[in-house]
Design a protein around this ligand. Structure first.
Ligand code: S3P
Length: 426
């Protein structure tokens, strides 16, 4: 599918966005192994989070859906049933990596597969700790999906994450739910902590201190009523759109502002962005607030070290923004981008060049000089949702009408993206 985008004179209005993808996955999985009926409000509308629900249904869990309200009839830690067919994780790395932690502890064997992009993404990062816990997992070429997971009794481990990855951390903690004793995970760089917050909400005994997370095995998880905050990573596209287009003022309601995600706002603020969060509240342990953003002239900056991990999903749209800043944007320590839904360093740079923007590709990042003009072009999503949306935002500032090929990819996290963009871009 192709979407055509005209330049915008301004980006303004008040919008609400779909539920956070990361939080929705976790609520979808944990509620299935909690005892009783969990009601989830504002569950993500994205295809990825529906891949998770599909897998949980295939594992014998009854799930009702009414729009974005999802009711999960949890069956307790030991209530999952052997699926009749292989599980389909679609495009979702979170589904396959996090769910594998639960599958590794089941008294049955599960096969789980994904689409072409997911079939190229590395799984050793979860296979290694799960093997240490006693699971047997077979993968294509020992590293790629499909996975065949022979579940069984697991032992607790202490695991130091070799890469900052919240998916791997979650996988180990989910497996640790089933191991007698204490499982602990050490993080060199703090990654998003939605799993820790959600497990505590459901009643697990979990502590997190100075980079070490400790979880007591075999907790009794209890059903809850939960509300998913709106997705900050989806909001990022509109925040950048408003920053880029002169005369813009946009308000985004109820956005998840968990400190492990909101470094994005501090980084933008440091470059001179006029972003304001009038008030914060806590919803099921997650910080939530309204974001008000106005067009701003930005200085430019460097993303590296811990900041890279904190804004990893926002790099595509930040790279676009970088070209319009005074001094440009440098991204380092972002080798992980090469193994996302696409090799995002390559797909960003390819599309930036189509935009008429100069950019240098580095092994672990990119350099985008500032003060560059955007020209209208035909961009390719390469099947990657965040690439499709980032270049739709770029098109708002181009000299004429642009096209995004493969625009349907946005549905993975944000099916309403195109309608929302049209509603706010004058
Ligand atoms: C996610 C963690 C990140 C992120 C992904 C969602 C999560 O991946 O890029 O979109 O929900 O835990 P990694 O764990 O591979 O860094």
């Amino acid at each position: 599918m192709q979407q055509r985008i005209s330049p915008a004179r301004s980006v303004s209005g008040s919008i609400t966005l779909p539920g956070d993808k990361s939080v929705s996955h976790r609520y979808g999985m944990i509620s299935a192994i909690a005892a009783g009926t969990t009601r989830i409000h504002n569950y993500s509308t994205g295809a990825d989070c529906h891949s998770t629900l599909g897998c949980m249904r295939a594992l014998g869990i009854e799930i009702e859906e009414n729009g974005t309200e999802v009711v999960v009839h949890g069956r307790g830690l030991d209530g999952l049933r052997a699926p009749a067919a292989p599980l389909d994780a679609g495009n979702s790395g979170s589904t396959i990596r996090m769910l594998s932690g639960i599958l590794a502890a089941q008294p049955f064997t599960t096969r789980i597969f994904g689409d072409e992009s997911l079939s190229r993404r590395p799984m050793q990062r979860i296979m290694k700790p799960l093997a240490q816990m006693g699971a047997r997992i077979h993968a294509r070429e020992d590293k790629f999906p499909p996975l065949e997971i022979e579940g069984g009794a697991l032992r607790p481990i202490e695991y130091a994450l070799p890469v900052p990855s919240a998916q791997v951390k979650t996988c180990v903690l989910f497996a640790g739910l089933y191991a007698e004793g204490e499982t602990s995970v050490l993080e060199p760089v703090k990654s998003r902590d939605h799993t820790e917050i959600a497990l505590r909400e459901f009643g697990a005994d979990l502590t997190s201190e100075r980079g070490r997370i400790r979880l007591a095995g075999r907790p009794r998880l209890e059903a809850r009523e939960l509300t998913v905050p709106s997705d900050l990573s989806s909001a990022a596209f509109f925040i950048v759109a408003a920053l880029l287009v002169p005369g813009s003022r946009l308000s985004i309601a109820g956005v998840g502002l968990n400190p492990t995600r909101s470094a994005l706002l501090d980084f933008l603020g440091g470059m001179g962005a006029r972003i304001h969060v009038p008030a914060l509240e806590s919803v099921n342990g997650e910080l939530v607030g309204e974001i008000v953003v106005e067009h701003s002239e930005l200085k430019g900056g460097v993303i590296e070290g811990a900041l890279t991990a904190a804004v990893i999903d926002e790099v595509p749209v930040l790279a676009v923004l970088g070209a319009a800043t005074e001094e440009g944007l440098t991204v380092r320590d972002a080798g992980e981008l090469r193994i996302k839904e696409t090799d995002r360093i390559a797909t960003i740079v390819t599309n930036l060049r189509r935009l008429g923007v100069e950019a240098e590709e580095l092994p672990d990042g990119l350099i985008v000089p500032g003060r560059q003009k955007f020209r209208a072009a035909t961009f390719d999503s390469f099947g990657d949702h965040r690439i499709a949306m980032a270049f739709a935002v770029a098109a708002l500032r181009a000299g004429g009408e642009s096209a995004i090929e493969g625009a349907e990819a946005a549905s993975v996290s944000f099916p309403e993206f195109w309608d929302t963009l049209r509603a706010i871009a004058a």
